[in-house]
Write a protein that binds this ligand. Structure first.
Ligand SMILES: Nc1ncnc2c1ncn2[C@@H]1O[C@H](COP(=O)(O)OP(=O)(O)OP(=O)(O)O)[C@@H](O)[C@H]1O
Ligand SMILES: [Mg+2]
Length: 466
């Protein structure tokens, strides 16, 4: 595509001269003979460059320059004038002019300046383009994350959105489980229907039952009218069962039946109704462990754990912190109607090193609070709550040195064994994954695991040398 140039000058002969010159160079041109006309032409076309006279009968070219610069445009502006004055040249540069040319022109100079200005515009455009590309890649609409683990989750979300399989979202509080559940709903064919969610831990058993399945009129005291349950209301849509680990055993039985038979029965009714709601269950507890301790039914666990998605805590994907900070700074600046402040390097480092026990929700709150309180155009460490400053970067639980002292090497061995064991559990015994969880190479993981008696039989694929 040819670059488009707008020439604004009140002198007809100058316009003609430049038009011929620019067309010969292969540019597309438009002309205007006053500030007002320049403004009109500018508004009509998508220009890469504006050549603008400084003094015109109806005003100063600097006005036009200022207007163009105040808009979100990558176009360069070159000012021209017959009266060379350093003062106006400096002013033009300050206002964001790309360059300043004095009449009469040296033809080679003007060609070169224009060429460079257009190259710069192209670069700026490309940058904007690249940034948009990145955004598209790292964002699942409003879910931010460039870390490998979040990227994997985005890919999974896309794949499962097309299906109706039950999903189990596991992750600490504030990691974005609900956000992901919504993304799954809205990325698939169920998006036209409703997304409903219920916190299974917040309601007493009887109430939860009537919430989920509805009730007939008179089913219990206070049931003055028939009520639809969430399963029915989310028909052909999605139902998020949040904090599913908090369900009481009798409710677990009822849920299991509903999932197995895809039918529900309203409280106080003996008629079964078919339902088609996609179920997404979420929990911040370790459901597998709850089945081992007998608090959660194993059969229900298998029923809902069809496609597990484990959302990692923020401290395990620190590379997402800067993106999230930027996202929330933009979001809350918009809400508060303020210019988005910059974030100082120190502040960002601090945010990156913090452990975020409350995960993304906590980060969001910290940014919102900082924006509400700051009066400066830069967020610094001072705008960040002090408890973040005082927390060490360590993730270890503190232990006290026993009276009699201890053998540090033995103790470290014990800790290594413990954490590697946990990693193996979490990755269902797959050593390559477990090694990654504790930041070890597969080889040293295998070595230490064997030494510590964590693994006995090696699976064939794990014997392959890396
Ligand atoms: N990756 C992300 N990008 C942007 N915002 C996020 C992201 N993850 C979480 N959030 C925001 O953080 C907040 C908490 O997220 P959400 O409610 O989904 O967490 P949760 O895992 O369901 O937490 P809980 O277990 O406490 O219910 C929300 O405001 C959400 O928009
Ligand atoms: Mg939630």
């Amino acid at each position: 595509m040819n670059a488009r140039i707008l020439v604004v000058d009140d002198e007809q002969s100058m316009l003609e001269f430049l038009e011929v010159l620019l067309r010969e160079e292969g540019y597309e041109t438009a002309t205007a003979r006053s500030v007002a006309e320049g403004r009109e032409r500018w508004a009509e076309g998508d220009f890469h460059l504006v050549l603008c006279d400084l003094i015109m009968p109806d005003g100063s070219g600097l006005e036009l320059l200022e207007e163009i610069r105040s808009q979100e445009s990558s176009a360069s502006v070159i000012m021209m004038t017959a009266y060379t004055s350093t003062k106006s040249a400096i002013e033009a540069m300050k206002l964001g002019a790309y360059d300043y040319l004095s009449k009469p022109f040296d033809v080679d100079e003007i060609k070169l300046t224009i060429q460079k200005a257009i190259e710069k515009t192209a670069l700026v455009d490309e940058n904007v383009y690249l940034r948009r590309e990145l955004e598209g890649k790292y964002k699942f609409s409003n879910i931010i994350g460039r870390s490998r683990r979040m990227q994997e989750i985005f890919a999974l979300v896309e794949r499962v959105a097309r299906t109706s399989s039950t999903i189990l979202l596991e992750g600490e509080s504030g990691t974005g489980k609900e956000l992901i559940a919504r993304a799954i709903h809205y990325a698939g064919p169920r998006a036209k229907h409703r997304f409903l969610s219920v916190n299974c831990g917040a309601l007493p058993e009887a109430l939860l039952e009537s919430e989920l399945f509805g009730h007939k009129r008179g089913a219990f005291t206070g049931a003055i009218a028939e009520k639809k349950g969430l399963f029915q209301a989310a028909h052909r849509g999605t139902l998020l069962l949040d904090e599913v680990g908090e369900m009481t055993p009798p409710m677990q039985v009822k849920l299991l039946r509903a999932l197995q038979e895809k039918k529900i029965r309203q409280v106080g009714s003996n008629v079964e109704q078919p339902v088609d709601a996609r179920i997404i269950a979420a929990t911040n507890r370790d459901l597998r462990q709850l089945t081992q301790s007998g608090e959660f039914r194993e059969d229900l666990y298998y029923r809902i754990n069809v496609i597990p998605i484990r959302v990692p805590p923020l401290r395990q994907r620190r590379e997402d912190v800067p993106l999230l900070v930027d996202f929330f700074v933009q979001k809350y600046s918009r809400e508060m109607d303020i210019e988005p402040p910059r974030v100082s390097v120190e502040a960002l480092k601090l945010l990156e090193s913090y452990l975020w026990p409350g995960n993304v929700r906590e980060l969001e709150n910290v940014i919102e609070r900082a924006l509400a309180l700051t009066t400066s155009d830069t967020l610094t460490s001072e705008d960040i709550p002090t408890h973040l400053l005082h927390q060490g970067a360590s993730t270890l639980p503190t232990i006290d040195l026993p009276e009699e002292g201890l053998d540090l090497e033995v103790h470290l061995d014990d800790m290594r064994r413990e954490l590697m064991g946990q990693a193996l559990d979490r990755s269902s015994g797959v050593q390559t994954q477990a090694a990654e969880l504790v930041g070890m190479s597969f080889r040293s993981f295998r070595y230490y695991a064997k030494k510590a008696g964590l693994t006995k039989d090696q699976r064939p694929e794990e014997v392959i040398e890396s």
